[in-house]
Design a binder for this molecule. Structure first.
Ligand code: GTP
Ligand code: MG
Length: 372
């Protein structure tokens, strides 16, 4: 259905061609009965009739995805980028404490003057090597992205409290990471506790396919105390080691693409979104589509609360300037011009509204064709 004429589409929809022509006119398209309609026009009309083309739903969820796949990769333009690390694990096993501990010890002195604010993602600098960490909201984005078959994180750290052992959410986290095919590092936390039993943790994780190197497997286990800041350096070293092996690359010399980590409505600033730039460089003034929202990047603030003018690959940054609040896990894409961004944004918003409205009238592409 890359293209259909007005007459063909009218037949599929059991409408008069004249009615479609009228409708198209209202949508700003002058068409004749034998005119070819492109995919967008077909989708617009179907949406207008509350008929949902199944294909359209898939496209609606992932059409920004196209931009992640279609580009030609020019090896020469690629440069090394920081790893993006997600910290996961069971409730109270110490994820937040670990993130705090890493941040407190590793946020570079030069940046320390900035107002530290929580933006759900941050970067640390270890001897000139950066690592990007995603906080718990990042976990939500991670889950959404995984459901859509896309990937935002390069490495998962699974935190397991040594006194508590493997718990349901530990297993869930392992399954997430495995499904996303990201390498796993196990941080055996709370080693300072007298009741800590790391052997038990290793034993239990072996049952889930995570076998420590000492036992002939290939999973890295790092004993830590997030509370006391012990073992953190080793953990960071391991992250950098895995990142090096993975040879993570990106091209900073192109329009940015990436994913929403979190977003909310701010009284003064409007829609505020924390984005993870995954490729390219995001700049102030860039025309952008974020999920179903669009606009121009008005202001950008980094993880230190500092205003910045640009953000390169693997950088988390908070932006304002878009017309709606997107959702964690939504993709974003920068366009050459504002007009295209607005068109894509508006059509995506419309599709989303129609998709909600027409749940009951779902017609698949296949049975549309069968009706011919
Ligand atoms: P949720 O966000 O609720 O899932 O929990 P979390 O995994 O972020 O755990 P959090 O960092 O909030 O830690 C839970 C409790 O464990 C807190 O009281 C921490 O102080 C404590 N804790 C975390 N790490 C350590 C540690 O290394 N040693 C000890 N003794 N306590 C720790
Ligand atoms: Mg927490």
């Amino acid at each position: 259905y890359e293209s259909l004429t007005v007459a063909e589409l009218a037949k599929k929809l059991h409408r008069e061609p004249s009615e479609l022509i009228k409708k198209l006119f209202m949508l700003g398209v002058m068409a004749t009965i034998n005119q070819d309609l492109d995919k967008d026009a077909i989708e617009l009309i179907c949406a207008d009739y509350g008929v949902e083309v199944e294909e359209e739903v898939r496209v609606d969820k992932t059409d920004l995805e196209v931009y992640f796949e279609q580009e030609e990769i020019n090896e020469e333009e690629l440069v090394e980028r920081p790893p993006v690390v997600t910290i996961m694990g069971h409730v109270d096993h110490g994820k937040t404490t670990l993130l705090d501990s890493i941040r407190n010890t590793k946020v570079t002195a030069g940046e320390a003057g900035g107002i530290t604010q929580h933006i759900g993602a941050y970067q640390v600098n270890i001897d000139g090597k950066k690592i990007t960490f995603l906080d718990t909201p990042g976990h939500a984005a991670f889950t959404t992205m995984r459901a859509r078959g896309a990937k935002i994180t390069d490495l998962a750290i699974i935190v397991v409290a040594a006194d508590d052992g493997v718990m349901p959410q530990t297993v869930e986290a392992i399954n997430h990471a495995k499904a996303a095919e990201v390498p796993i590092i196990v941080a055996v936390n709370k080693m300072d506790k007298p009741s800590a039993n790391p052997d038990r943790v290793m034993q239990e994780l072996t049952e889930h396919g995570l076998v420590p190197e000492d036992w002939g497997g290939d999973t890295i286990f790092v004993p830590i105390s997030a509370l006391k800041g012990e073992g953190i350096d080793t953990l960071l070293e391991m992250i950098l080691l895995i990142a090096e092996v993975a040879e993570l690359k990106a091209n900073p010399d192109k329009n940015a693409i990436g994913t929403v980590i979190e977003a909310q409505l701010d009284k003064g600033r409007g829609s505020v979104a924390t984005l993870l730039v995954q490729d390219g460089t995001l700049r102030i003034g860039d025309p952008i589509v974020v999920g179903h929202a669009y606009g121009r990047v008005r202001a950008m603030v980094n993880d230190m609360g500092r205003r910045v003018k640009e953000a390169g690959p693997a950088t988390p940054v908070e932006i304002t300037g878009i017309n709606e609040v997107p959702q964690a896990g939504d993709r974003f894409v920068v366009f050459e011009d504002e007009k295209t961004a607005r068109q894509v944004g508006e059509s995506r918003a419309m599709t989303a509204i129609q998709a909600n409205r027409s749940e009951k009238q779902r017609v698949t592409l296949d049975n549309l064709f069968e009706q011919m």
